[in-house]
Ligand binder design. Structure first.
Ligand code: BTN
Length: 251
C-alpha cells in the first residue's frame, strides 16, 4: 500500500487486506467524518457489492477493489455525471496502461472485446436537500486467470486479454491521477469537457439497445447522453426517452 502514491485529491489511503466490502467501510468512514479524497482499498472482499443488489467477485489480490469518498457541491440531478467521470478516468487509465481498447457501456460498465473488465457502483449519502457525500466503488479485474463458472463468459481481466500481469499499486496510482484531473476539470468547467471524452469510449451510441428498467423495458436507438449524463433513447415512434437508470443490452 505504501507504493500507492498519494496525490493532491487522494491524500488518505485506508488499506485493508480483507473486508466485507470497501463500500461498507467507506460509508462508516463518512459517518465518522472522513474527508473528501479518502480512499479505501482492499486485497479481497468477502461480500463485494455490484449494482442492482448483485454480488461482485473480489478474489484475493487479483483485482483492484476500492472506494473513493467525494464531497462535491453538486445537485442531485448531477450525481449520475460523477459515475461517468469515473468511467472516463478508468477507461483512459486502463487503456493507456494495457494498450487494450476499453469500451464504456452506459452507464458504468467497462468492457474489453465485449466482456466486462471493470464495474462502478456509485452510492450517495444525502440529506433531503443536498448530497453529503458520494462513494464511488471501483472493481477492476486485473490479474485473474479464471472466473467462477457463472461469469466466465461475460467477465475478463487485463491478464486474460493481454497475457501479462499488472502491478496493482501502479494501476491504482494511474487511475487516481486520471480521476483527479478529470474531477477537478469537471468541478470547474462542468460536464461539457467530460462528455466528448466519454463519447470517445462509448459502445452504445448509434446502436439498437434494450434498456431494462426496474418496472419496464424499452427498445430503441441510443442517441447518446445529455448534459446531465442521462442516456437518450429513441423508440420506433421517434419519441426520445431519458433513461436515468437501467441495464443496457446492445442488440
Ligand atoms: C457493478 O458493475 O455492478 C459494480 C461493481 C462494483 C464493484 C466494486 S469493488 C470495490 C467496491 N466495493 C464493493 O463492494 N463494490 C465496489
Amino acid at each position: 500500500v505504501s507504493r500507492i502514491k498519494e496525490n493532491n485529491l487522494f491524500h488518505h489511503v485506508v488499506y485493508h487486506s480483507l473486508v466485507t466490502s470497501t463500500q461498507v467501510i467507506a460509508h462508516q468512514l463518512v459517518n465518522e467524518g472522513a474527508r473528501e479524497g479518502t480512499i479505501v482499498v482492499a486485497d479481497e472482499q468477502t461480500a463485494g457489492k455490484g449494482r442492482l443488489g448483485r454480488t461482485w467477485d473480489s478474489q484475493h489480490e487479483t483485482g483492484i477493489w476500492m472506494s473513493l469518498i467525494l464531497k462535491p457541491l453538486v445537485d442531485f440531478r448531477q450525481a449520475p455525471q460523477l459515475t461517468l467521470v469515473a468511467a472516463v478516468a478508468l477507461a483512459r487509465a486502463l487503456q493507456n496502461k494495457s494498450g487494450q481498447q476499453i469500451d464504456i457501456k452506459w452507464p458504468n460498465d467497462l468492457l474489453v472485446n465485449g466482456k466486462k473488465i471493470c464495474g462502478i457502483l456509485t452510492e450517495l449519502q444525502a440529506d433531503p436537500d443536498r448530497i453529503k457525500s458520494v462513494i464511488i466503488g471501483i472493481g477492476v479485474n486485473v490479474n485473474h486467470e479464471h472466473f467462477p463458472q457463472e461469469i466466465t463468459d461475460i467477465a475478463t481481466s487485463l491478464k486474460k486479454e493481454s497475457g501479462k500481469n499488472f502491478d496493482r499499486a501502479e494501476l491504482i496510482t494511474d487511475i487516481l491521477d486520471e480521476f483527479s484531473w478529470l474531477y477537478e476539470a469537471y468541478l470547474t468547467n462542468g460536464f461539457s469537457l467530460i462528455k466528448p471524452l466519454w463519447e470517445a469510449h462509448s459502445l452504445s451510441i448509434g446502436k439498437k439497445v434494450i434498456a431494462r428498467r426496474a418496472k419496464d423495458s424499452l427498445v430503441g436507438i441510443a442517441l447518446g447522453i445529455n448534459e446531465n449524463g442521462v442516456l437518450l433513447l429513441q423508440d420506433e415512434t421517434g419519441h426520445v426517452h431519458e433513461i436515468y437508470s437501467a441495464d443496457i443490452e446492445i442488440s
